[in-house]
Design a protein around this ligand. Structure first.
Ligand code: SF4
Length: 475
């Protein structure tokens, strides 16, 4: 999991001043947002599917023990094994043991946010096992020693020139005069380098977008085919997934898959949707000889019974990140967590504790776009508000903020005081704005009005205008 840095504001300020990052972030708005809307518009039953998907997940989560047992039984019937990992440390230890039992020197990995959450790569590498990410974006951020900046587009913060420099540094044995100035050359080089890794790997580790109780299958969606090569070529395939990924049936999985790609990338379906069910059978032409699923809890069971249970419906589509004005302004790294954006602002405090991650639920304008676009209908702003309340109850906000909120609460509960104060403030703001009609560098709001003007109020509060109009019989 992330390091829970306390310098979110500093990192956000650096991100805002980073012109290359700002340019790269435009791709989120121009690409994902526009494509998602087009895909949604082409599917009249999108909202019905959303209701169905929500019902599937709510039902599954309320019978999670039952479906996990069924899933485990089905995996065993197909020749695989399920391992339960209550904590991140347990998951790391189980996977390391499985790799060591397989005599692994080289492990290839498909994209998995859960493996980022548990810090898997560093753990395996500390045990002298080479780990190679095979999703192109993940491969690039691994070369750079970074974490992904987006849950479905790990290298969205990078441009071609940066990646060319990374490839020249990392692939220094290749001819210096080769061309890498266009995306197609970069992709071809990554493919060539990774192909050797696919063929030499002893163990392949993938995540899972869904787990199906009815069949004991794990499902991954990719656009590069790297997940298939990771899961079928090595002798051992290990799936690492969190417990809430389970759905009862194949049909349920298909309902959610119809929403996933549309919400994520605006595709009707991803290029590859791969179902893995146990190791290779006698009649199969290929596949691993050993198949393991590591099921991670890491605080999810606790969420089942608290105010954040809705978050367990998340299918990691990234739509809430793509539509979030805060993520769109600062990118993913400033969040200091594996999970950025609105979904991360809810999930990270649960995983790290609100004291360490208090900045994240506070980094929201509560515009509500995240909830509006979420295919699983997750009330993200409500849950961020709950975290803010807990944060306040623990006395974490600075003294000035707590004092201001206490004063506001005092006034808000006393209508006469509230209206008198509101009228005085509105009058003060209107006078200060003068003929220009706009305010800048307001006391108590310098950070907000330092970079943008605030239109001045009209001189009276809405309430007083409404009361006067009512007295005159106009409303
Ligand atoms: S919270 Fe909703 S929109 Fe965000 S990643 Fe999860 S499913 Fe997608």
């Amino acid at each position: 999991m992330g390091n829970g840095r306390q310098d979110f504001k500093t990192d956000a300020a650096h991100a805002l001043a980073d012109t290359a990052l700002q340019k790269a972030l435009q791709n989120v708005k121009r690409g994902f947002v526009v494509k998602r809307e087009a895909a949604r518009a082409k599917l009249p039953e999108f909202d019905t599917l959303r209701e169905d998907a929500r019902a599937i997940k709510d039902h599954t989560l309320s019978h999670l023990d039952l479906y996990l047992e069924t899933y485990e039984r089905k995996v065993a019937e197909s020749g695989g094994s399920v391992h339960y990992a209550p904590t991140a440390a347990d998951a790391r230890a189980i996977i390391l043991k499985l790799c060591q039992e397989a005599g692994a020197k080289l492990v290839t990995k498909g994209k998995s946010m859960v493996s980022e959450e548990i810090g898997l790569n560093a753990h395996l590498q500390a045990a002298k096992i080479e780990v190679v990410e095979t999703d192109l974006g993940e491969y690039i951020v691994q070369l750079r020693g970074e974490r992904p900046s987006h849950i479905i587009a790990p290298g969205i913060h990078l441009n071609k020139e940066t990646i060319e420099a990374d490839f020249r540094r990392a692939h220094h044995r290749l001819p210096r005069e080769r061309r890498l100035d266009q995306a197609q050359y970069l992709v071809a080089e990554a493919r060539k380098v990774l192909r050797e890794k696919f063929l030499a790997a002893d163990v392949g580790i993938t995540g899972a977008n869904l787990l199906i109780a009815e069949t004991g299958s794990s499902v991954i969606v990719t656009n590069e085919g790297n997940g298939d090569l990771t899961s079928t070529l090595p002798r051992t395939h290990i799936v690492i997934a969190s417990i809430e990924k389970i759905v009862p049936t194949l049909e349920d999985a298909c309902t959610i898959l119809r929403l996933l790609a549309r919400s994520a990338t605006g595709q009707e379906i991803t290029t590859y949707t791969t179902f893995a069910t146990g190791p290779r059978r006698d009649r199969d032409p290929d596949g691993p000889s050993a198949y393991h699923v590591v099921l991670l809890d890491n605080g999810r069971s606790e969420m089942l019974g608290n105010e954040f249970a809705d978050m367990l419906r998340c299918i990691r589509c990234g739509a809430c990140l793509n539509h979030c004005p805060v993520y769109g302004a600062i990118g993913g790294h400033a969040y200091g967590s594996v999970y950025p954006g609105p979904m991360g602002a809810v999930l990270t405090p649960q995983l790290q504790g609100i004291d360490r991650a208090r900045d994240l639920p506070n980094a929201s304008s509560f515009c509500g776009r995240c909830e509006a676009v979420c295919p699983m209908d997750i009330p993200l702003p409500d849950m961020m508000r709950t975290w803010r309340e807990r944060d306040f109850a623990r006395g974490n906000p600075p003294f000035s903020e707590r004092l201001f909120l206490k004063m506001w609460a005092y006034a808000a509960k006393r209508p006469l005081v509230y209206h008198a104060l509101a009228n005085a403030i509105v009058l003060f703001m209107a006078r200060r704005a003068g003929a220009r009609g706009r305010l800048s560098r307001l006391p108590l709001a310098k950070a907000w009005t330092g970079t943008r003007d605030l239109p001045a109020p009209q001189g009276r509060t809405f309430h007083s205008l409404y009361t006067r109009a009512r007295r005159r019989g106009r409303v």
